[in-house]
Ligand binder design. Structure first.
Ligand code: HEC
Length: 397
């Protein structure tokens, strides 16, 4: 009797509740429909890619059979001694970071993870490894804090695969990712920021003695006053800086740099202060000492025609004489970039790669004729020779 429903407590369900329930159900149905449409589109795209790859392979075989060497394959000599089919590949998500600078990530007012990053020793991947799709797809559409000039139709993430190998002398990297339709940048004439290069690939290797270098990877070099960043000082302020502009070889804008090369880098930006520290340059002697101590970011860049440059980032971007060879190829909707350099090098600005050590590296792809910050990047990524515990295991061959 006690358990029986008490008629005195009967209440009508409020109209607002029913309406809101209907709204939520409609919203969820729409979301499910969108998700299923997106999945279908993805499957179709993949099918198209497979078909194209098969067509290309057939054409290639025919060309070989008729003794007609494919000119585009000339670059395949880089890493030709490596049987890539026997090298495991690692999935890498490169996401679109917008204007999220090293200052931004350290500033609690701008970034939710600032404190655990600066005080707790967390790495970027500690919090973000699994949500790069969300972050990239959100920023690329435009946000108040991190993307004031979105490029309509640009993708938010690039799903790439990486294979890495070494022999006694050299290290070899092979990066592959799907091409995407052109999305013109509305803020440049013709929509292509770098019309010469449909793609570019960059790799950084973190040197020693860089504050938070192992936690943040490339972010150690990305500042709020770099090119196309919110506190880009502009050509007039650069020209007025005299010696600083000369030392940085800067005219239009400021390249990436390490905070270690500056006497002060503004993070908080209170009372309208510009974030960054482009003009707070240390002396040439101090900067030379950093280079001698290994405090720099090794930087390799590959261009769309397969040419490549070796260098490093310190007070600015510097090209050095370190060896590097590369190839870049678009085939059946897939980009394949292979590059190689000596494991060890006596050139200042090259981080030697030694067995038994783990390195923090980062990769960037400049997709679709983009330049400067309009790229896709990895978070901090670990790399080691013949070590399965590293994200990128560079296997001996
Ligand atoms: C302790 C966890 C934590 C760490 C470590 C961390 N973050 Fe975050 N990050 C967050 C939180 C929380 C947010 C806010 C999420 C939101 O707004 O939905 C965020 C947001 C972001 C965003 C999105 C900004 C936007 O406009 O939406 C970017 C980009 C980002 N973090 C990059 C980084 C990078 C790069 C690092 C390493 C240098 C890093 N984070 C380290 C927790 C973290």
């Amino acid at each position: 009797m006690i358990e029986a429903p008490n008629q005195n407590f009967v209440r009508e369900i409020p109209k607002e509740y029913m309406e809101s329930l209907a709204r939520i159900e409609a919203k969820e149905a729409a979301e499910a429909e969108a998700a299923s449409a997106a999945k279908k589109a993805q499957q179709e795209a993949m099918q198209a890619q497979i078909t194209a790859a098969v067509d290309a392979a057939v054409a290639e075989e025919r060309a070989k059979a008729s003794g007609d060497a494919n000119a585009a394959d000339a670059g395949d000599t880089v890493g030709a001694n490596i049987d890539w089919s026997g090298v495991d590949s690692v999935d890498m998500t490169l996401f679109y970071p917008g204007q999220a600078s090293f200052e931004f990530v350290q500033n609690g007012k701008q970034h939710g993870g600032a404190r655990p990053l600066t005080k707790g020793g967390d790495q970027c991947t500690t919090c973000h490894a699994k949500e790069l799709n969300n972050i990239g797809n959100k920023i690329v559409k435009g946000t108040d804090n991190t993307e004031p000039t979105p490029i309509p139709g640009k993708r938010g993430v690039i799903d790439a695969t990486m294979q890495a190998a070494h022999d006694d002398e050299n290290v070899y990297f092979r990066l592959q990712w799907p091409d995407a339709p052109h999305a013109p940048a509305p803020f440049v004439d013709g929509g292509k920021m770098d019309p010469e290069n449909q793609i570019k690939v960059a790799m950084m290797i973190t040197g020693t003695g860089i504050k938070m270098g192992e936690q943040v990877g490339c972010w150690a070099t990305c500042h709020a006053d770099n090119t196309y960043m919110p506190f880009d000082p502009g050509p007039e302020a650069i020209a007025a800086s005299g010696d600083v502009a000369e030392m940085l070889q800067a005219k239009q804008s400021i390249q990436k740099y390490l905070s270690e090369t500056r006497t002060k880098v503004e993070i908080k930006g209170r009372r309208g202060k510009a974030q960054g520290g482009w003009n707070k340059l240390k002396s040439a002697e101090e900067i030379d000492q950093l280079l001698a101590d290994g405090t720099f970011m090794d930087l390799m860049r590959v261009y769309a025609d397969g040419s490549a440059t070796n260098g490093y980032l310190l007070e600015r971007r510097v090209q050095n004489d370190g060896d590097i060879t590369a190839s870049a190829k678009l085939s059946a909707g897939m980009w394949t970039v292979v590059f190689s350099r000596p494991l060890t090098s006596d050139k200042p600005g090259d981080v030697p790669l030694e067995a038994g050590k783990t390195y923090t590296v980062g990769f960037a792809i400049h997709d679709d004729f983009s330049a400067a910050r309009f790229h896709h990047v990895t978070l901090n990524t670990s790399l080691a020779l013949d070590d399965e515990t590293a994200q990128i295991n560079v296997v001996g061959r």
